[in-house]
Design a protein around this ligand. Structure first.
Ligand code: SF4
Ligand code: SF4
Length: 195
């Protein structure tokens, strides 16, 4: 049996975290992306949701199976992405130069760390393979849900630090130590504060 209570709980926790990460990013980048003349969504990115067993199940748990994938546009709609949850992790982890330039280095670090959280939770979920890279339901049965839950719990702590840093623009020593669990702050001697 694949869907043990523990695995279902881990999926529910993933979806909650994903929504929170999404809200954090949209509230930070939304105004910039809304005016973007060349949005970065691509069908080639959307299609990872079809190959990944985890993302397929997350999507179906959130929206049922009624959503139809468009062979040309993937999940792209005039209103944005059709998926509330179950998006590829790169959809949260990519920030173009226009977005990056908008933020001062401290906020940029907090934003990119928040964007890396879903990847952080899923990395090395089964041996060296990430959760998203698993293509068969049978592989999900070999996951260790308690390990996923630990990562998700840690991701919430990191997300809280990211939110605080994005709001204040100040990276306290405590938050710096927390963010460093997911990503190091890049050295940017060439970057002046631009926000
Ligand atoms: S991340 Fe950059 S390229 Fe993508 S939609 Fe936002 S502004 Fe456009
Ligand atoms: S955010 Fe949605 S529409 Fe955009 S690339 Fe990701 S899955 Fe596709």
């Amino acid at each position: 049996m694949i869907w043990t209570t523990e695995l279902r709980e881990a999926m529910r926790a993933w979806r909650q975290l994903e929504r929170a990460v999404q809200e954090c990013i949209v509230s930070s980048c939304g105004p910039i992306c809304a005016d973007c003349p060349t949005p970065c969504c691509r069908e080639e990115i959307c299609c990872e949701t079809r190959e990944s067993a985890w993302l397929r199940n997350v999507r179906n748990a959130g929206t049922g199976t009624s959503l139809k994938y468009d062979a040309r546009k993937g999940w792209i709609t005039p209103q944005g992405c059709a998926l509330r949850t179950g998006r590829p992790t790169v959809c949260y982890g990519f920030f173009c130069d226009s977005v990056r330039r908008w933020f001062d280095p401290v906020r940029e670090y907090a934003l990119t760390t928040a964007g890396a959280l879903m990847n952080f939770v899923g990395r090395r979920a089964l041996g060296d393979r990430s959760l998203i890279a698993l293509t068969e339901n049978a592989e999900l049965a070999r996951l260790r849900p308690e390990r996923l839950m630990k990562r998700i719990d840690m991701a919430w702590v990191v997300l809280e630090s990211c939110r605080r840093t994005l709001e204040t623009g100040v990276l306290s020593a405590e938050d710096a130590a927390i963010l460093a669990r997911v990503a190091s702050m890049p050295a940017r001697p060439d970057r002046a504060k631009s926000a």
